[in-house]
Design a protein around this ligand. Structure first.
Ligand code: RFL
Ligand code: PHB
Length: 389
């Protein structure tokens, strides 16, 4: 098989890139390790920046997003006593959209079928070859039979655990990492949200987040130790804990219901530099991970794709190499700022094991400053809503 761009991974990064290239007449094939049902069943992000929804709209893929997405004009930080509202719209002139990554993924996969963007499901043993040549190849197995995909570029969109980043020789890359000493236990339930906006709460028992997917579907998280077992958290215990950590007002408005999904995710900050090695370009979680506290992961995947699709289209349509050359530097400038914001909000809102009275006093002072300073709230709002491309 031959194509212009071999895309590894059918997550949001790979699907958005495939659509962007296909819409511009640049041929692409997506190789995905999992089944379609598996990819469509994953529960992940929920908050989309305007940069992300703009990209989806520009590609003509936003019909259901526009109909079903919930516009959010702000969110709150809770400090145990009060809700500190960050009025994102008033402070930045922009809004956010609540729309599940699961739904966006389904939309992109369905449209791929309609538009003729090829996705190979269950592509096993994907391996990259000749990345520092002008004719790289991807080997993989389909139904147990080996195949090779010849291409001009490989786009590594295969997430944190994928093979693409690992294909970069150790001497050619650098990793920056911070692992946090806790995870998030999440629950998805078909109950109305307890509040019309997201609440991030710093409680003495640990962080909690009230989020949502729709007017009838809620998503909540609590901070838990890394060695916590899911079976120790029957639904009732989790609802009780949420009620305590989110405070009496949210608790009074909270509807409980059976979990549709429950899982524990570790928190990590990770950046890999550079995001290009020869003919391999990395995008999304393959190149960087942020803790979910700022809702940045999916949105960074989308902004990487905005830069990378522009670069590859310039290469194939106009024979220009400058944007490919500059892709890593351009993408990383935005990635590092989102990494900083996610790290900042994680530090501000979580209880760290071993933190002393001074550390706690710093959190209290910072939250009090946020509550009293429009400048500080503006800084938070402009990062949360998404820095310009
Ligand atoms: P993905 O979604 O991981 O997709 C990678 C795809 O590559 C496939 N793959 C391979 N395919 C072929 N060969 C291989 N060897 C392969 N190895 C892997 C995988 O099967 C998969 O289909 O990466 P992508 O596209 O970069 O997208 C990134 C986002 O998924 C991620 O950043 C977000 O989900 C992070 N995130 C959030 N981001 C936000 O912007 N807002 C949020 O509110 C938000 N909340 C979250 C989150 C992530 C969470 N978890 C579970 C990690 C909440 C949670 C709980
Ligand atoms: C979610 O709804 O899953 C969600 C929302 C905001 C975050 C993280 C996750 O910061």
């Amino acid at each position: 098989m031959n194509t212009a761009v071999a895309i590894i991974g059918a997550g949001p990064a790979g699907l958005l890139l495939g659509h962007a290239l296909h819409a511009a007449g640049v041929e692409a094939v997506i190789l995905e390790r999992q089944t379609r049902a598996h990819v469509e069943g994953r529960i992940r992000a929920g908050v989309l920046e305007r940069t992300t929804t703009d990209l989806v709209e520009r590609l003509g893929l936003g019909d259901r997003l526009r109909r079903e997405g919930m516009i959010e004009t702000g969110f709150s930080l809770a400090d145990g006593q009060r809700l500190i509202r960050i009025d994102v719209e008033a402070l930045t002139g922009r809004q956010l959209t609540v729309y599940g990554q699961t739904e966006l993924t389904k939309d992109l996969i369905e449209a791929a079928g309609v538009r003729g963007l090829e996705i190979v499901w269950e592509a096993a043993d994907v391996a990259l070859h000749g990345l520092d040549s002008e004719a790289p190849e991807v080997s993989f197995a389909r139904d147990g039979r080996p195949e090779r995909l010849r291409c001009a570029f490989v786009a590594g969109c295969d997430g944190y655990h994928g093979v693409s980043r690992r294909a970069v020789p150790a001497a050619a890359g650098r990793e920056y990492e911070r692992a946090y000493p806790f995870g998030w236990l999440g629950i998805l339930a078909d109950v109305p949200p307890c509040h019309h906006e997201l609440i991030y709460s710093n409680h003495e028992r640990g962080f909690a987040l009230a989020s949502m997917r729709s007017p009838t579907r809620s998503r909540y998280y609590v901070q838990v130790p890394l060695d916590e077992k899911l079976e120790d958290w029957p639904d009732e215990r989790l609802w009780d804990e949420l009620a305590v950590r989110l405070g009496p007002e949210a608790a009074a408005a909270m509807t409980r219901g059976p979990a549709l999904e429950k899982s524990i995710a570790p928190l990590r900050s990770f950046v890999f530099e550079p995001m290009r090695f020869g003919r391999l370009c990395l995008a999304g979680d393959a190149a960087h991970i942020v803790p979910p506290t700022g809702a940045k992961g999916l949105n960074l995947a989308a902004s990487d794709v905005a830069y990378l699709s522009e670069a590859l289209i310039a290469w194939f349509r106009r024979g220009e190499g400058a944007l490919v050359e500059g892709y890593s530097e351009r993408a990383l400038a935005r990635v590092w700022k989102a990494a900083r914001f996610s790290w900042y909000l994680t530090n501000l809102m979580h209880r760290f094991p071993g933190a002393g009275a001074f550390d706690r006093a710093m959190q209290v002072a910072e939250l009090d400053y946020v509550a009293g300073s429009a400048a500080m709230r503006t800084a938070i709002a402009e990062n949360y809503v998404g820095l310009p491309l």
